[in-house]
Ligand binder design. Structure first.
Ligand code: SF4
Length: 107
């Protein structure tokens, strides 16, 4: 067998493994997507705490400029820069730039 055949074989084998990995990646992605459903502003639990996606839109006496979910102690993954988990809204993610009346300054 020539080197050409060996490298072609390796290429085809790698390609087959790659194709097999695509559906698996899809499963992982979809399960993460389900676990990270975005909290909607019109969700009753969000409305109860005056949650807004954009803190600047907060219309609540407790809101102070500069407060956002990203610097709230209840935002449990400070590395999540766009949307992240919040202890108050389990199973959903909130906007990093959002705000609600349960805000607690990060210590
Ligand atoms: S508790 Fe904090 S992180 Fe959660 S929605 Fe309210 S302000 Fe954002």
């Amino acid at each position: 067998m020539s080197d050409h055949h060996i490298s072609r074989r390796k290429f085809l084998k790698a390609g087959t493994c790659g194709l097999a990995a695509v559906p698996m990646a899809g499963l992982v992605w979809s399960s993460n997507a389900q676990a990270q459903e975005r909290l909607k502003e019109d969700d009753p639990s969000a409305q109860a705490l005056h949650y807004v996606h954009n803190a600047a839109d907060a219309d609540h006496a407790d809101y102070q400029q500069g407060q956002t979910c990203l610097n709230c102690d209840l935002y449990t993954d400070p590395n999540a820069q766009d949307w992240g988990p919040c202890a108050v809204f389990p199973g959903k993610v909130v906007a990093a730039g959002g705000w609600c009346s349960a805000y607690v300054p990060r210590s």
